[in-house]
Design a protein around this ligand. Structure first.
Ligand code: GLA
Length: 405
């Protein structure tokens, strides 16, 4: 039966989201890509009540909340096990007051709390998962005041039909738990979740293996930022209001300090230019924006980047389109993201390790014929044409406002 439902789900989800005109109450939990912070990579198994409180305080005060960041997601390693009634219990040392206390604290800051579990008996970190306890755990999360669940797939069977079934079980449980909880599916893109994750209840679905804190890994077993970016290029039609392709957490600002993302020190992180391009590309891709650096020790440049108003408006645009590549010339790549009110975002990106000059003809090369008011998002200043010079791995993003001269 589940296999039949899965096949139907795949057929329905295959049709481009642009054909949809109505959104359900469930979709409405993620009409734009979720924005927030996640404890993985920087804190990993050190995540604790104090860490979440510190990050919530930082996010509320440093301009991130004002810019639209909402979720603080506790990733793996928060669970100690189950009690005699099979209720999940948080690690008593690192979460001494329990999760409800933390949710209340985070809500008091005007922010939202996320949590993590796995569609098997054990999570990737080897602690208790939710398989066979989906309804009970969803009720527990709701009672605690949790607003977001990242649901991983370690230790679960490989086939797509079982994956769909296990994700749908938790999706169904969340739908009836009595609290709106955004559902983040994390099976690393291995079973083409863009075809079925919405039907399983997902609001976002990972499209790749874990990101590493390196521009390009040149290692088939490790995905750097460019390897991840290339895997998004044909997925645009599956993203839209209510459901998003998730190319994983932002490496921005980690500077090689995450254990998994640096592969225990092997990768030293990216340059400021590469992080800037990474962030701009994720905004163009309508990707969920989840940073995971230590928010208490962020450089002013990183904070300025992740709170850039125009870039965030592009990411959060209500039309919900993921950018597509419209031009590749030498090592220049141009992405275009249609926005509401016939506005357009254009990103010109230098993939090469050498500086490049560029000049893009809006009409002849991008087929944009109407008049636009154009501004450049780093400076926010108006420009007359799309031309300039880009250093290695740099990009420039233009906002084209329609209907004016
Ligand atoms: C998997 C996920 C990561 C993170 C870890 C936690 O690798 O893909 O994002 O949640 O598990 O163990």
């Amino acid at each position: 039966m589940r296999t039949v439902i899965f096949l139907l789900a795949a057929i329905i989800s295959c049709s481009s989201v642009s054909a949809q005109t109505r959104y359900s109450a469930w979709d409405s939990l993620a009409m734009t890509p979720p924005m927030g912070w996640n404890s993985w990579n920087f804190f990993e198994a050190r995540v604790s009540e104090q860490v979440i409180i510190d990050m919530a305080d930082a996010m509320a005060a440093n301009g991130m909340k004002a810019a639209g960041y909402r979720y603080l997601v506790i990733d793996d390693h928060w669970v100690a096990g189950r009690d005699k009634q099979n209720n999940l219990i948080p690690d008593p040392v690192r979460f001494p007051h329990g999760i409800k206390y933390l949710a209340d604290y985070v809500h008091g800051k005007g922010l939202k709390l996320g949590i993590y579990s796995d569609a098997a008996m054990l999570t990737c970190g080897g602690v208790t998962g939710s398989y066979n306890f989906e309804e009970q755990d969803a009720r527990t999360f709701a009672a605690w005041g949790v607003d977001f669940l990242k649901y991983d797939y370690c230790n679960a069977p490989e086939d797509v039909s079982t994956a769909f079934s296990r994700y749908a079980r938790m999706g169904d449980a969340l739908k009836k738990c009595g609290r709106p909880i955004v559902y983040s599916i994390c099976e690393w893109g291995q079973r083409k979740p863009w075809l079925w994750a919405r039907a399983a209840g997902g609001h976002l679905w990972r499209t790749t293996w874990d990101s590493r804190d390196v521009w390009e890994s040149h290692d088939t077993n490790l995905t750097g930022i460019m390897e991840i970016f290339h895997q998004q290029e044909n997925l645009a039609s599956f993203a839209g209001p209510g459901g998003w392709n998730d190319p994983d957490l932002l490496m921005v600002g980690l500077y090689g300090k995450g254990a998994s993302s640096s592969v225990d020190g092997r990768f030293k992180g990216c340059t400021a230019t590469e992080y800037r391009t990474h962030f701009a590309l994720w905004c163009m891709l309508a990707a969920p924006l989840m940073v995971n650096m230590d928010l208490q020790h962020m450089t002013p440049e990183v904070l300025q980047l992740i709170t850039n108003k125009q870039l965030l408006a592009i990411n959060q645009d209500a039309l919900g389109k993921q950018a597509t590549t419209v031009l590749k010339r030498n090592d220049l790549q141009v992405l275009l993201k249609p926005l509401q009110h016939n506005d357009v975002a254009v990103c010109v990106f230098n993939r090469s390790a050498n500086a490049q000059a560029f000049e893009i003809d809006l009409k002849k090369e991008l087929h944009l014929w109407q008049p636009f008011d154009i501004s450049e998002v780093w400076s926010g200043k108006p420009v007359k044409a799309l031309k300039g010079q880009l250093s290695a791995h740099d990009c420039v993003v233009y906002l084209l406002k329609a209907g004016q001269k």
